[in-house]
Write a protein that binds this ligand. Structure first.
Ligand code: IPE
Ligand code: IPE
Ligand code: MG
Ligand code: MG
Ligand code: MG
Length: 295
């Protein structure tokens, strides 16, 4: 295991512990909902977005507790987006992270509700004093995550992704759809350390731009894995995008073209970090990780 892979694994473990602590676990009558939330979140996942929060926080020597809480909140929104993305009315997938998807393991209504509850839990965490003693920081986090996740961010992108199954999106439109559905949430995760640290606007902007380009590269490598990867390796069904008529950069530029685009975006992402010197080494390593990932 490389040093970076070990670091990623340690961060993922810490995030998993924090998420376990923050998730509801009562035995009330509604415990089926809590079970589905836990199932949708724990047990797999690269935890890329929480890692971005933590590695961004390293630049400013931030307290780990605050980064873990924000990382958990972002991951809850991400997990909700996957639970809903897998529903029969969306991508209709049975396998996620090597396990049956939430609606298969439970049922569709429970999957919808588990997603809803994960989304709202994220904002409850960000609004809590334990996340930051500074109310302005908490407001910036809440507003930032809301913008990234909502109609002008992830949810808007998901709408376009579905629309493009039966309509045509050109290359620019496809890139815009990916910017919304994937780039916005990753950009927020990258900037979050800067928000917590009350960093200067130029520093926050550099982090946001870095993570934004990284997010675009990340969605292109997701699309490449759908074409080139096996289901055992990636933990979800593959070969589905072309069959569903999804708009992807691979469909527009071919495999080699898409790989070149991802490489360019990943280098461009790293260039936004020049400003931060050695303190951004973990974020730099993430640029290579995203390009070379196999799940
Ligand atoms: C999958 O995200 C959906 C995309 C936005 C590409 P990840 O590849 O981060 O999924 P997990 O969390 O590691 O399972
Ligand atoms: C999903 O993109 C992006 C989300 C916002 C959930 P995909 O539909 O390509 O993600 P996978 O391949 O199912 O993980
Ligand atoms: Mg989808
Ligand atoms: Mg999907
Ligand atoms: Mg995909």
């Amino acid at each position: 295991m490389t040093d970076f892979a070990a670091k990623l694994a340690r961060a993922a473990q810490a995030v998993d512990q924090e998420m376990d602590r923050l998730l509801p676990k009562g035995q009330e009558l509604e415990h089926r909902l809590f079970d589905a939330m836990r199932y949708g979140v724990l047990g797999g996942g690269k935890r890329l977005r929480p890692f971005l929060v933590i590695a961004g926080g390293e630049i400013f020597d931030l307290d780990m507790t605050e980064c873990l809480r924000v990382g958990a909140a972002v991951e809850f929104v991400h997990a909700y987006s996957l639970v809903h993305d897998d529903l029969p009315c969306m991508d209709d997938d049975d396998l996620r992270r090597g396990q049956p998807t939430v609606h298969v393991q439970f049922d569709q209504a429970t999957a919808v509700l588990a997603g809803d509850a994960l989304l709202t839990l994220a904002f409850e965490i960000l609004a809590d004093r334990e996340t930051s003693p500074d109310p302005e920081v908490r407001m910036d986090l809440v507003a930032g995550l809301a913008r990234a996740a909502g109609g002008h961010g992830m949810v808007g992108g998901q709408m376009l992704d579905l629309w493009a199954e039966t309509n045509t999106l050109d290359e620019a439109g496809t890139a815009r759809m990916q910017r919304l559905k994937t780039g916005a949430m990753i950009a927020f995760a990258g900037e979050a350390g800067g928000i917590l640290a009350r960093a200067r606007p130029q520093q926050r902007q550099a982090l946001r731009l870095f993570a934004h380009d990284l997010g675009l590269a990340f969605q292109i490598t997701d699309d490449l894995l759908d074409v080139e990867g096996s289901s055992e390796q990636v933990g979800k069904a593959t070969g589905k995008d072309a069959a569903a008529g999804k708009a992807t950069i691979v469909a527009k530029l071919g495999i080699e073209g898409a790989r070149n685009r991802a490489t360019l975006l990943s280098r461009q992402a790293a260039a936004h970090l020049d400003h931060f010197g050695k303190k951004a080494n973990s974020l730099r390593a993430l640029c290579d990780f995203v390009l070379n990932r196999n799940n």
